[in-house]
Write a protein that binds this ligand. Sequence first.
Ligand code: G3I
Length: 486
Amino acid sequence: MGENPLPADGGRRLVGTRRLLVAGALGVLGTATALAASVPAGAAAGTLGAAAAQSGRYYGAAIAAGHMNDSTYVATWDREFNAVTPENEMKWDATEPSRGSFRFTSADQIVSHAQSKGMKIRGHTLVWHNQLPSWVGGLSASDLRSAMTNHINNVMGHYKGKIYAWDVVNEAFADGGAVGTLRSSVFTQKLGNGFIEEAFRAARAADPNAKLCYNDYNIDDANANKTRGVYNMIKDFKARGVPIDCVGLQSHLSSGSVPSNYQQNIAQFAALGVDVQITELDIGGSGSAQADAYRRVTQACTAVPRCTGITVWGITDKYSWRSGDTPLLFDGNFNKKQAYTAVLDALNAATPNTSPSPTTSPNTSPSPTTSPNTSPSPNTSPSPTPPVGGACSATIETTNSWPGGFQSTVTVRAGSSAVNGWTVKWTWPSGQSISSLWNGTQSGSGSSVTVSNASYNGSIAAGSSTTFGFTANGSAATPTATCTSP
Ligand code: G3I
């Protein structure tokens, strides 16, 4: 790939170098750890996390619970990083090895350690074709849909309030093919391409305060087909009010393969109104070539206000998933590599990040635009009327349809008071019938439908909302629904 297109900024580099010298001297005096907590104005930080924090960013590492008995590993994590992503412990095979049986021991180990150190925690990952327990492959479409929603609800529910950002869907796009082509997986085969949207909607309902990310590799080049596909999906989601807050660029790279338009790529995603996070950075190589590549990636992030943080996919080369490429910032003996210094220098040289980084707030103003093949269609625009008093309202939206059937999402919104338990009713106009329903409990039959909350989503804060969904037989319909709360 080409050389770094970023404008040379000798001034910043000089400042960064001076800061490093100061940091080095302070480190000798044994105060580097203290600097991690707060860095005096004008001084350089001596650790990655503290340096990133100066511009309002985080610097994280993927951590494996299985290595937490290595004291140097944990000490390096604690000293250098202010964020973490569990490397494997939150994946579907780890958290729900058999259907409905959830296991969080290893992930909890990482989460509680991170919390005790005040670190940000990225959740990785909820819906991914890989590291999927075998029982998922045998499900029917309606079973898979409810299993996916149930998995999201339980895992996000377990960590509710503790996770900064979730990789809701991971690696759904294909590596080849036309723009917008999804990878064939159990999810596309049984649920269709709309599974991504369904997952994001369920995720928003499960933890409204976590940022919701789409995460993928090989979306680092601004013009690659795969990148364009993800870009179009996010643009469409934002236009239609499908909840999404961030895109994760995994960035598994090698020294020669950092795209020349990497910064432009970050900027184009940010311009869609989402945060950009570099989520799994590792760069194969060594010496100055590797250091230069790391510097370019770091500078590309710090140059874009909505690039909010970087996570490297491991701490030491010896535990890396691609160990033979020596792709990380610390060697096998936890010595800082040249790449480490380049990153620290670049982080220290960044100007403070003043960009607003709004937390999640479901967008309820859809305005359909182009429909890449990841979006269910047709889409009808809900226009929820805010209820008054303690009442609730419900709006039915068609999110997918096919000959003889359709799929809908129902948004249940609380008024100016919190709701504790809700019941939504409507009447089908022409013989429709629900075939599968999730995030709610159906009673009755025939043309009059009654759906009450599930055990986990009955409480809705004032002004907030939750959703349930269903697939149905018949032609798509969006009857007026009423909502009552006891
Ligand atoms: O824990 C078992 C161990 O008990 C067993 O003896 C051993 C035998 O192979 O396997 C161990 O599990 C391995 C696990 O890592 C923990 O080390 C799995 O085989 C191995 O497949 C798994 O690899 C992980 C890989 O995802 C799986 O796809 C890597 O650690 C992890 O770094 C990697 O991370 C992914 C991201 O989640 C998504 N993006 C790409 C990235 C790199 O592949």
